[in-house]
Every structure is written in structure tokens, then in C-alpha cells.
Design a protein around this ligand. Structure first.
Ligand SMILES: *Cc1c(COP(=O)(O)O)cnc(C)c1O
Length: 814
């Protein structure tokens, strides 16, 4: 892309402010974190219900970005950049994308449906790329924002587009239609997801079909409901298992051990096709692909050759723990320029290590000449501050001199031979390669080998929950997030990094060493330490942590050390006891507290806080209100007598929900961030964050009369199929969850825990479940939920979450 800024102004109906209308724009960005933002970037400041990218503009200008689409110009920035002012920045982005799309004329496949869009898109890309320069939506970029960003990546060399569109409510598809303008439509399966936004199924289908209103053909599986909704003037190309009138009639489906054979009739001929999957959804997705290949008039043999190579699609980027304290990002199934850009942005968001390595295969289907392509790739590598590049493949080897610190290998085998000499340690490694390079071998070498149990943390769910609670705050109220106890068991540093990106105001930890490890990890947000020991005060000062002071003894001890160090206005937080009776100054010590703080310049009361004993339980509402009012009066007294203006805060998660009038200046969010609410109504708005997963190690069937486990606490009354799972009480699974009380989920079905839970293992009943060794096991997550387990075990979700041992590997994903 290369467009003059002034030409964009009218396209997006903007008002122009700035000095350099001739500026050339070559990239569009909405991500303030991206290191790819540059002077030739046009940054669209999107405004969401809880997030407003306008707050990043000043920072971006400092980093050299010069061109912005905004709803208003941030104060003080007026003369520092070019601004295109519009009513709504998302509308502007969409208008721009529709305009950009109109500059190109080649076949574009548009996909929508409830399931399978991303998989069919990835597969079509794989099937068609030997013959076309394909541009496709990266990952599952199918939203009102994702679609414009996908389309904007088209360049002159592409000659086939594949874009997916997803909607959740009415009137959304028409906007996406204008941007994608598909010439060939595919409707994948119509399920029940996102039904809430529609009054019935017909309405949903009709809305989806608007994507194809200007298409030349629509490909779909015959189904009476869909048939009735399709515009009779639209040409269709259909398939069916039942309806012989479909263009492609599947007369037979045979499921074998590892694949499925179908018999299909097309134009009077009967053909056989082997699909390398056995599950229904994959087979149907492969048939959608078959129809596209038939529509493109591929011959039988080519179709069979390519379809039998279809592979499982990894839908999301994941960070895994690697050997020698490395972190690895596994994107080993694709290599194209667009997805490289996304993977590099993801790499940047993982700030765990200062050193970054990219292992990269030859890049295919860029639409550019190799020279241009590797020049652009090397620019990306430079702007993302990658320390070393390991190139694998004949072509990238040829262009090695374009990269600064780069080693290359002709193929993966050569890399494997030299693996030991590459000394991977303490770095983040992005592994990105085309399928044919079989980078899974590299992933295997680099992955830390521990047992198979992992706690998966969904970072998007954390962002969602954060935004939900933000939406409950009055304007201007600050937010402290509690990341004590290793982020409630979910991972301290990773979550702190995410919160820093979301610009929360404060972090809270319990002990100084928790704060120190966050600071060592590069966290810049101010951190309050809830229960500092006097012995930790020097370290607190050294690491710029902010202590909570809860008694006179502590105050004097801190003042003494701070004075020795000649500190001025060092931030401290004063905790008042208003009824919790745990830590804090009681009412009768306030006078002394005020006296001790008066006329002191060593410390500064940054905030005054208290903690509620029962904000979750409305039975104690009167008591809670009395705590709030005592907090109000005590803190007001401090403010008056000391002439200070501290941040005042008393609410934790359930306080935010139940006492919205007591937000004062800040709230302290804890458990809610991690997806747990004490209120079943509110729970519906939160997303599950952690999923504790394991695998089946071994399966056996025991006859009636045999026992299972220590103490023979389970006796089989009938032949029973037993699966052993490598997770036990040392991993944090309570023994009380054993002996038929608890269950795990395998293939969506309940398997109850048999006998006593061991230190490192437990056994479950899988008599009724069709499963094999190596199958995934869910200990908690969507089902059972942490809240459910807590209730059954007579405890609270906090205890379940924070009990999961540190030996369980945490895996973060978006
Ligand atoms: C843990 C903690 C919180 C957060 O509580 P949640 O119930 O998890 O929201 C808030 N304030 C203090 C003082 C805490 O110790």
C-alpha cells in the first residue's frame, strides 16, 4: 500500500488538521503496542465501550507516529501530527477498507457460518496456494475490526482473496459485505452460537446471507431452512448427504480408523475421496473445500492429492515454557508475511525476556519478488528489535545478508543436527514456518519436558473481565488490581504485563518479594505491598515499592529507615481498620497517627484504604454500610487535619458489585479479574480464565470385586474401565475431591474420581466414555467450574485457584 494522506481524507469523510498532506501512508494500525508503527503509519484511534485508544496518541507521537484518525485531537498534540477528525473512527476504518478493496479486481471468496469459517479458510489457502497468490484473513480476523484490517493487507501481486466474516447481531453483515465484496460465497455450518443477537434462526441465516448479495455463486450444504432463505436469483452450488438434487451428492460415508472415505456424485460421475479426519465437523469442512475445488474445475486426482494432506488447524498463538528458561511461541504451521506481522506483535506483547529470537522458514505466497519480500521481512525484524534470526530453507539462506544477526540452515534436519551449538537460553523464541518444513520437530526440541498437566490461562478472558468491571466504575475512578499470590494462581508477571498494557492505575501484592519479582520482570506500574514486614522496608525502598502502613510501630520503623536514606515524599498507604479486624489503624489510634504524620516531609500519604469483611454477603449489608461510613469519616478527618489529598479506596470485587456508591477514588479488583464472582447473575458476564488440563496416562478394565488405589477405597461392583491421570494432591487437588465426590471431564463427559487421590495421580471411571490413552482431561474450567468445586468442597474459589502448585506449567494464550 502506498497512498497519500490527503487522498484518504475524503474517502473517510474526515476534517483535515496538519501540515503535511502529501505524507505517504504504507501501513494502517490500531495497535498502540505494535513496534511496527512508524512515520508512514496511519493510526486509527478506535473507541470501545471501555477502551479508548486516544489515550495512546501522545505516546505514539513520541515514538514517531505522525498520522492519526481521531474523533478529537488530544490536548497539547494539535501541532505535533496530522489529524483526520471523524465522527466515528471504526466507521472510518471500514470506509477506508471498502475503498481500498475497490482498487482491486480478482476473485474473492467470502466465508461465513457459525462454525468452521477459520478452518475452511486455512484449508482453502493451503489447497489453492500452489496456483494462486492468496491473501487471506489472518487467524480468525472476522469482526467489524478484523475484516477491514485483513482487506487492507491486499497488494498488487495477489490474485485470490479468502476472507471470513463473523457477526453477532443484526445489521453487522452489510458493513462487512461492503468491505469484502465476495465474488464466491461459502456458508459453513449453521449452529446455534451467537443466537442471542437474533430473534430466530431464519433471521440469523438471512443476516449471514447478506454477505453474498453481490456474489456470483454461493456454496453451501442443502438444508430446508437455508434453502428457503437463499435469494432465488443467486446462483448456488450445493452439496448434501440426503438431497439428490444437490450438485454434489454424497452417497456414502465410511469412517475408518484414521480417515473417512466418501463417495460423491458430480455431473453424473461417481468418485471416491479420502478425507484425513474422522470427526463430523472436519469431514463437513473438507466437503466445503471439495466444492470450491470442483467449482475451480480441478481434476479428481489433484483434488484427492491435496485433500489428503489437510491438517488440524491451530487457531491461536500460545506461549509455552521452553528449555533453559526460554519462552516459546509456536506458530509452526504457517509462514506468510501477514501472519508473520501478527506473530511479531504477539511476541512483543510477551515481555518476559529482553532477548528475542525468530526461527523462520522460507516464506511463501507473499505476492512479492524474493528480493522485495526479504527486504520487507528484514525491516519487520529490525523494527521489532529481534536479536537473532535463524533462517531455515534454501531461499531465506540466499538472503541471509539482509539480516543483521542471522544464521541459516538449508533445511530442518540441518538445524536439528546443530541444535546444541545454538545455545538457547533466557529468551523468547518465535517459531514460524510453513508446514512443509515440519517445524514441529523444532518445537519438540525446545519445549520444556515436564508432565502433561498444564493450567491454561486465557488472556483475552482476563481483558474481558477487566473491561466488565471497568464499565461499572464512575468516570475518573482509579483501578488497582490485586495480583497477590502469583496472580491468584494464574501467573504474576504475565498478568501484570497485560494489566500494564490496559493502563490500570495500581497493582497490589501481599509481600515485598512478590513486588520485587514484578519489578525485576520490567513492570513499571506502581505496586502497593499489603503486608510488608519491617525487615523488608529497605528492599521495598530499593525497588520503589509502596508499603501499606497499618500500625504506629510500622510507621515509625518505616520513617526511621526513610529518614536515614534522606527520602522525601516517599509514597505510603495508610490502612484503617473499620471492622475487618485484621490489619489497620483503629479509630482510637487515629489521633496518634495524625500526630506522627503531621509536618513530615519524608513520606507522603498516597492513599488511605480499608477492607470490607463481608462485601459479598448482603445479610451483612448494615455492617458493610457502617464500615463504609466509618471509613468516610476517619479518612475525611485525616484529609482535613493533615491537609492532604490521598486516593481513598475500600471496595474489593464484590464491593464493586454491591456497593457502587462507595467507589471513593479507587477500587481494588481481585477475584473478578480471574473470572469468578460471588453473584450467580454477575458470573454470567464473566469469562472463564483458567483451565486445568491433563491427559490420560493409562487405561485398564478391572473385573468386579477388584479395588482401586491406596486403602482400596473403591471396590468395583461390575467390570469398570479406569483411567489414570497424572495430577494429584501435590499439584493442589484436594484429597476431599476423591472417593466419588469429584469428577473430571473427558470428551465432554463426566468421569468420577475413584478411590483416594494420590500425591501425583488420580484415577477416574471411564466405563461409559469412548476414550483412549493420551486424550485430554479437564480438571476444572468451563465444567466443572472452580466455583462448583469450591462449593462441593465447602471452601471458596480463592482457595482452589491459589492451591494449584507451582510445578503445574502455566500456558498463556489469546
Ligand atoms: C485480596 C484483597 C482484595 C481483592 O479481593 P477480591 O475479593 O479478590 O476482589 C482487595 N483488598 C485487599 C486488602 C485484599 O487483601
Amino acid at each position: 500500500m502506498s497512498l497519500q494522506l490527503k487522498n484518504i481524507v475524503s474517502t473517510i469523510q474526515a476534517k483535515w488538521f496538519g501540515d503535511t498532506p502529501d505524507s505517504l501512508i504504507d501501513t494502517i494500525s490500531i495497535d498502540s503496542r505494535s513496534l511496527q508503527n512508524s512515520p508512514s503509519t496511519l493510526f486509527f484511534a478506535l473507541v470501545g465501550p471501555n477502551n479508548d485508544a486516544h489515550i495512546f496518541i501522545e505516546e505514539l507521537i513520541d515514538k514517531g507516529v505522525l498520522n492519526f484518525v481521531v474523533t478529537h485531537i488530544p490536548e497539547g498534540c494539535e501541532t505535533k501530527a496530522n489529524f483526520l477528525v471523524v465522527q466515528n473512527t471504526l466507521d472510518a476504518l471500514q470506509l477506508f477498507a471498502a475503498y481500498y478493496r475497490s482498487l482491486f479486481e480478482f476473485p474473492v471468496i467470502g466465508l461465513t457460518g457459525s462454525n468452521g469459517k477459520t478452518i475452511v479458510k486455512e484449508w482453502l489457502n493451503f489447497l489453492l496456494s500452489p496456483d494462486y497468490n492468496v491473501i487471506r484473513s489472518p487467524k480468525s480476523y472476522n469482526s467489524q475490526v478484523g475484516v477491514p484490517l485483513s482487506v487492507i493487507a491486499i497488494n498488487e501481486k495477489h490474485n485470490l482473496g479468502i476472507f471470513e466474516a463473523g457477526i453477532s447481531t443484526r445489521a453487522e453483515m452489510i458493513k462487512l459485505e461492503k468491505i469484502i465484496k465476495p465474488t464466491i460465497g461459502i456458508l459453513t455450518s449453521i449452529g446455534s452460537t451467537h443466537d442471542e443477537g437474533f430473534s430466530n434462526k431464519e433471521e440469523k441465516i438471512k443476516e449471514k446471507l447478506t454477505l453474498f448479495k453481490n456474489s456470483k455463486v454461493l456454496i453451501y450444504q442443502r438444508n430446508p431452512v437455508v434453502d428457503a432463505c437463499v435469494d432465488p436469483n443467486l446462483k448456488v452450488f450445493t452439496w448434501s448427504f440426503e438431497n439428490k438434487e444437490a450438485d454434489v451428492f454424497i452417497s456414502k460415508k465410511e469412517i475408518n480408523a484414521e480417515n473417512t472415505t466418501i463417495q460423491y456424485r458430480y455431473k453424473g460421475d461417481s468418485n471416491e475421496l479420502e478425507i484425513p479426519f474422522v470427526d463430523k465437523a472436519s469431514v463437513e469442512n473438507a466437503i466445503s473445500c471439495l466444492l470450491v475445488l470442483l467449482y475451480f474445475e480441478y481434476d479428481k486426482a489433484t483434488i484427492q492429492n491435496r485433500i489428503q494432506l489437510l491438517y488440524p488447524v491451530e487457531m491461536r498463538l500460545k506461549v509455552k515454557n521452553g528449555i533453559n528458561n526460554c519462552s516459546i511461541i509456536d506458530d509452526s504451521y504457517s509462514s506468510d508475511y501477514q501472519s508473520l506481522k501478527i506473530a511479531l506483535d504477539f511476541l512483543e506483547s510477551q515481555k518476559k525476556h529482553a532477548n528475542k529470537t525468530v526461527i523462520l522458514s522460507d516464506i511463501f505466497q507473499s505476492g512479492l519478488s524474493n528480493d522485495e519480500l526479504y527486504t520487507k521481512v528484514s525491516q519487520l525484524i529490525v523494527s521489532n528489535k529481534i536479536n537473532r534470526v535463524i533462517g531455515i530453507g534454501e531461499t531465506i539462506s540466499e538472503f541471509q545478508n539482509k539480516f543483521a544477526n542471522c544464521i541459516t540452515f538449508k533445511n530442518t534436519a540441518e538445524f536439528v543436527t546443530n541444535f546444541e551449538n545454538l545455545n538457547f537460553a533466557n529468551e523468547t523464541i518465535l517459531i514460524k514456518g510453513a508446514r512443509s518444513f515440519q517445524f514441529e520437530e523444532i518445537v519438540y526440541l525446545l519445549e520444556e519436558k515436564t508432565h502433561e498437566t498444564v493450567l491454561e490461562i486465557n488472556l483475552n478472558a482476563i481483558s474481558h473481565n477487566l473491561n466488565y468491571f471497568k464499565s461499572k466504575l464512575e468516570p475518573g475512578i482509579k483501578l488497582m488490581v490485586m495480583v497477590k499470590a502469583f496472580g491468584y494462581g494464574s501467573g504474576g508477571l504475565e498478568i501484570a504485563n497485560l494489566l500494564e498494557h490496559h493502563k490500570v492505575d495500581y497493582l497490589g501484592v501481599a509481600f515485598a518479594d512478590e513486588g520485587i519479582s514484578l519489578k525485576n520482570g520490567g513492570v513499571k506500574l506502581p505496586i502497593m505491598v499489603l503486608n510488608p514486614e519491617n525487615t523488608s522496608f529497605p528492599a521495598i525502598i530499593q525497588y520503589q515499592l509502596e508499603p501499606e502502613i497499618y500500625c504506629l510501630k510500622g510507621l515509625h520503623a518505616f520513617l526511621k529507615i526513610a529518614k536515614q536514606k534522606n527520602l522525601h515524599d516517599y509514597p505510603i498507604h495508610i490502612k484503617l481498620d473499620t471492622g475487618m479486624h485484621r490489619l489497620g489503624f483503629e479509630e482510637n489510634t487515629i489521633e496518634e497517627l495524625i500526630a506522627a504524620l503531621k509536618e513530615n516531609t519524608t513520606v507522603k500519604v498516597k492513599s488511605v484504604l480499608s477492607h470490607m469483611a463481608s462485601s459479598d454477603d448482603l445479610i451483612h449489608q448494615d455492617f458493610s454500610l457502617s464500615q463504609i461510613s466509618l471509613f468516610d469519616s476517619l479518612s475525611t478527618r485525616m484529609i482535613k487535619e493533615l491537609n492532604i489529598s490521598p486516593i481513598r479506596h475500600i471496595l474489593n470485587t464484590s464491593g464493586i458489585s454491591n456497593y457502587p456508591l462507595a467507589q471513593f477514588d479507587m477500587v481494588r479488583l481481585g477475584i473478578g479479574l480471574y473470572g469468578v464472582s460471588n453473584d450467580p447473575l454477575e458470573q454470567k458476564y464473566l469469562e472463564n480464565v483458567g483451565t486445568l488440563k491433563s491427559v490420560i496416562s493409562q487405561i485398564r478394565t478391572i473385573p468386579a470385586g477388584e479395588s482401586v488405589g491406596y486403602g482400596r477405597r473403591f471396590m468395583a461392583e461390575k467390570p469398570t474401565k479406569i483411567a489414570t491421570i497424572p495430577i494429584g494432591y501435590a499439584d493442589g487437588i484436594s484429597r476431599a475431591w476423591g472417593n466419588g465426590v469429584g469428577f473430571v471431564t473427558i470428551k465432554g463427559q463426566k468421569a468420577s474420581v475413584l478411590g483416594s487421590i494420590c500425591m501425583d495421580m488420580l484415577m477416574v471411571d471411564v466405563t461409559e466414555i469412548d476414550c483412549t490413552e493420551g486424550n485430554a482431561v479437564i480438571i476444572f474450567g468451563e465444567n466443572p467450574t472452580v466455583s462448583f468445586i469450591a462449593k462441593e468442597l465447602n471452601t471458596i474459589p480463592y482457595e482452589i485457584l491459589t492451591s494449584i502448585s507451582q510445578r503445574v506449567k502455566r500456558v498463556f494464550y489469546r
